[in-house]
Write a protein that binds this ligand. Structure first.
Ligand code: 5GP
Length: 202
């Protein structure tokens, strides 16, 4: 069995990270999703503890102060963060832990966890990205503009990632990520005693 690792998925708002990671989670058995905390208000279809842990700013500050977060960032107009304990528990069990986080968070992870794998999801075009944000219909006009402006800035960070995946057709994007996972699992550094295991089986 290969060692567990962090799979960091980023991409601008509207790149379809949520849809892609949901589809990925349905297909892949040994991937667990890291549920983030946020100070943002839940959207009508969102469930506390499932999409996010929705918390107050006071609680967020407390978690930062107690060093309970692997990374955290202020994104658009709210705070987001990754609870540390869950991630470490799962990695210890050999699981792949999917983190759907923004570029600021990804850069923090990159500094601290060299073994993590970084995937950047990009939309086929910026026009398509704008349409997706508008179509989602959950953001105010001002929020749409903030997210669209941030999307341009986020694209500058693609060079910091190991892989990029174009999300034109969701199934294809998921297949691409699965291919990345297969390759990453086969990295020699993610295994121990390769030679011994082969020799024993002879
Ligand atoms: P949304 O409000 O649309 O759910 O998410 C807004 C942005 O915050 C997205 O880019 C999403 O990936 C990012 N995000 C969600 N959770 C986290 C987290 O735990 N840490 C960081 N740094 N970003 C997050």
């Amino acid at each position: 069995m290969s060692k567990g690792f962090l799979l960091v998925l980023s991409g601008p708002s509207g790149s379809g990270k949520g849809t892609v990671s949901e589809a990925l989670m349905k297909r892949a058995k040994d991937i667990v999703f890291s549920t983030s905390i946020t100070t943002r208000a839940p959207r009508p279809n969102e469930v506390d503890g499932e999409n996010y842990f929705f918390i107050s700013e006071e609680r967020f500050e407390e978690m930062v102060a107690n060093d309970e977060l692997l990374e955290h960032a202020f994104v658009h107009t709210n705070y987001y963060g990754t609870p540390k304990e869950f991630v470490f528990e799962q990695i210890k069990k050999g699981e792949i832990v999917l983190l759907e986080i923004d570029v600021q968070g990804a850069l923090q992870i990159k500094e601290r966890y060299k073994e993590a794998v970084f995937v950047f999801l990009i939309p086929p075009t910026m026009d398509e990205l704008r349409n997706r944000i508008i179509k989602r219909g959950t953001e105010s006009e001002k929020d749409i503009e903030t997210r669209f402006a941030n999307a341009f800035k986020e694209l500058d960070f693609v060079d910091e990632y190991d892989y990029f995946v174009v999300n034109d057709v969701v199934e294809k994007a998921v297949e691409d990520i699965e291919a990345i996972i297969v390759a990453e699992r086969l990295r020699v550094k993610r295994h121990e005693n390769i030679k011994e295991n082969v020799t024993e089986k002879r």
